[in-house]
Design a binder for this molecule. Structure first.
Ligand SMILES: [Zn+2]
Length: 73
């Protein structure tokens, strides 16, 4: 447990399992849901396609991917 910068708004917050603060968490989870359901239908989609189809920012996608939460490419 410690302080981290929120990956969405940059605010310092006390870390609690997510890389974003509590204010950004609903948006973070909504983005992740969109990406996950897109990947269920299109398991071979690239990050580029996922971003285009879901409207989730590329930087957010890379973050999901780097953290191992997505199995896409
Ligand atoms: Zn935030």
């Amino acid at each position: 447990m410690g302080l981290r910068n929120c990956q969405r708004c940059g605010k310092l917050f006390s870390f609690f399992n997510y890389e974003v603060c509590r204010e950004c968490l609903p948006e973070e989870l909504a983005d992740f849901d969109k990406v996950r359901s897109y990947l269920e239908k299109h398991p071979k989609a690239t990050l580029f396609e996922i971003g285009r189809e879901t409207g989730v920012k590329r930087s957010v996608l890379y973050r999901f991917y780097r953290s191992g939460r997505l199995s896409g490419k």
